[in-house]
Design a protein around this ligand. Structure first.
Ligand SMILES: Cc1ncc(COP(=O)(O)O)c(C=O)c1O
Length: 322
């Protein structure tokens, strides 16, 4: 892991150290007022022993935006970029091999002001740290997912959907746990009032042989997914028509009834096909009874993982080699 502290004036030189508990005052701003943001990205090992980080610049830019939304001091894009690269270089030998293995990189930034009465005050001090851990596939990509359509609850307060902050995951958790318990579901798709947004941990798309449909980006409701952007770029390059537009939960059911596919995109999910939607207790299947991952989902997933693993050319300049 790497750690740097901001005392209100300067950031300390980031230190790479063994993973160990952090020291934090019990009245620290983050523990009471949730001044926390984070990122999640991956590095992949290459046959020559080096490593490559996927779309580091996009993740660093999003982290800066999240820090602004939570009024947290930010160490600067250059510093974050350098710390992530140095830490991946340090952990290069611990990256499990492709196709499914990767190094998960978790940068985080927390408010440290030791002041219990600071609910209405931005934290002037902060800690930035990066934690790396080896991972395998989160969803294998083969298993079609079960997704509950949630039309009442929301995963974030409007205006904060584009912030990668812990509070949004806390807000989604009850829905996710209930969906798992009651319907053996993998995730919940938040569609307040029918408006299709995203799941608790990924963006959402409809696709078929010609078209890809996904919600447009705004600051209000959805995280600006790096995988979403990458899949849209690949799909556009393959000649799919890209429709970034709002759509209703009814359209999902009509889309899969007509033979279309649905998928979740994210650093962990990569591009994972949905086989079953559960709405109002009734199950609806994509790709036939029981649900199947469709060919367009597989095609785009394979194209993406080939770039990430270095078996296809990095023609969009997405990889940072370390
Ligand atoms: C709520 C949410 N939406 C979307 C995504 C997808 O973002 P990305 O593709 O940048 O990982 C994530 C994270 O993986 C997420 O937590």
């Amino acid at each position: 892991m790497a750690v740097s502290h901001f005392d209100g004036n300067v950031w300390s030189i980031p230190e790479i150290q063994d993973v160990a508990p952090l020291e934090i005052h019990p009245s620290a701003h983050v523990l009471h007022y949730s001044s926390e943001i984070f990122e999640g990205l991956k590095a992949y090992s290459r046959p020559d022993g080096s490593a490559q980080i996927f779309r580091l610049d996009k993740h660093v830019s999003r982290m800066k935006r999240s820090a602004e939304l939570l009024f947290l001091p930010f160490p600067g894009k250059e510093v974050v970029t350098r710390v992530v690269c140095d830490l991946v270089a340090e952990n290069r030998e611990s990256i499990p091999p492709p196709p499914d293995g990767a190094l998960y990189i978790r940068p985080a930034l927390i408010g440290m002001d030791p002041n219990i009465g600071a609910a209405g005050t931005a934290s002037e001090t902060a800690m930035f740290f990066v934690l790396n851990s080896p991972v395998g596939a989160y969803f294998t990509g083969e298993k079609p997912l079960r997704i509950v359509i949630e039309e009442k609850g929301m995963r974030s307060v409007p205006g904060y959907g584009s912030a990668k902050t812990g509070g949004n995951y806390a807000a989604a958790l009850g829905h996710v746990l209930r969906a798992r318990d009651e319907h053996q579901a993998d995730q919940v798709l938040f569609c307040p009032g029918g408006d299709v947004q995203e799941t608790g941990a990924s963006n959402f798309m409809l696709l078929d042989d010609e078209t890809l449909v996904t919600k447009p980006l705004d600051d209000n409701a959805v995280l600006h997914g790096v995988t979403r952007d990458s899949v849209l770029t690949l799909a556009d390059n393959f000649g799919y028509k890209i429709e970034e537009r709002d759509f209703h939960a009814d359209e999902i059911l009509a889309w899969i009834a007509g033979g279309g596919e649905a998928a979740l995109s994210g650093t962990a999910a990569v591009l994972a096909g949905v086989g079953t939607f559960i709405r109002g207790g009734t199950e609806y299947y994509a790709g036939g009874e029981g649900g199947l991952v469709g060919p367009n989902t597989k095609r785009l997933r394979d194209a993406l993982t080939a770039i990430q693993n270095g078996t296809a050319e990095d023609k969009f300049g997405w990889l940072t080699k370390v």
